[in-house]
Design a protein around this ligand. Sequence first.
Ligand code: HEC
Ligand code: HEC
Length: 300
Amino acid sequence: MADFIQGFWSLYIAIPTVLGLVGVFCLAWRLSSRPAAGESTGTSGHVWDEDLTEYNNPLPRWWLNMLYLTIVWGLLYLLAYPGLGTFKGLLGWSQQDAYEAEMSEADARYAPIFARYADQPIAEVAADPKARKIGERLYATYCTGCHGSDARGARGFPNLRDGDWLYGGTPEAIEASITNGRQAAMPAWGAILGVDKVAQVTAHVEQLAGRTTDSAAAAAGQAVFQTHCAACHGPEGQGNPLMGAPNLSDDIWLYGGSTKKIAESIQDGRNGHMPAHGNLLGPARVHLLAAYVYGINQAP
Ligand code: HEC
Ligand code: HEC
């Protein structure tokens, strides 16, 4: 358990909890005293609208009994379950155990279903409608937050259904991306090249993508590109899946395709990070997910 609720902090939580219950009990006890037979209850002493007074009657018996019951219930609950600082409760129940029990139950239920596909090649799994349904559900749980519910991505998070791959679209490459994650390293060139050369190489990159740009700037930018960029992006800017260097000639942009955004990518660098999911999901689920991602790119 966290350090926060050790020692002093444990008491800091437990004592006010118990005092609160005792306090409610004492208050209820005091308010429950009834007048002796024949005696009247008197009024509270408050007067409104000249002659409107308030009786000081005891609380109804049924209401008080309900309150006592809730106090007893609260005490029994705190004895049985964790609630008083670090005291674990007599039943030994814990959130962590309950979560793990649920997870292992789910694993036992789904493992045989997943295992059926684990040994099949991804292309075959992708063609199986049932497997695709399972993959779709896994995708919705684990991937939509970054790649979007339709897998079309967002700025900085690649579109997974456009057939344009950073790391390659073979079943093996997709499975590796999911299992091990990916870390892109596009260096920042602003300080090395200076503003003018960044503008020139931006013009050249736009030209590679098939746009018409200032041809003098683009020509100067080509020299910069061959010196500093071709090693990763290739001499024609066609990209290199070995390091996730994107194709710059297809006019598909991970970080935005305006002149300003392209210049920003070059000036400041980019470091996209895909977290590894192998340990979290296990190989059988990753296999189904890879088949799902592969499959949505094969669909007509
Ligand atoms: C060390 C390898 C490497 C070098 C050198 C390199 N890049 Fe990159 N570049 C990458 C990677 C990897 C990415 C993808 C970054 C990501 O996914 O976060 C990238 C991304 C980009 C992008 C964004 C593409 C998009 O789709 O939004 C542009 C533009 C770009 N690079 C241009 C250049 C230019 C121009 C140069 C030379 C001045 C250059 N790169 C040099 C590896 C490199
Ligand atoms: C925290 C955000 C995040 C989550 C969650 C995430 N991804 Fe990614 N993913 C990324 C980013 C960012 C990249 C691009 C990395 C780069 O720029 O090099 C990426 C890249 C990929 C790639 C490689 C794409 C290519 O063009 O080669 C695949 C495949 C992929 N993700 C699949 C998945 C699947 C399947 C899941 C769900 C299990 C998932 N991702 C969950 C952020 C995420």
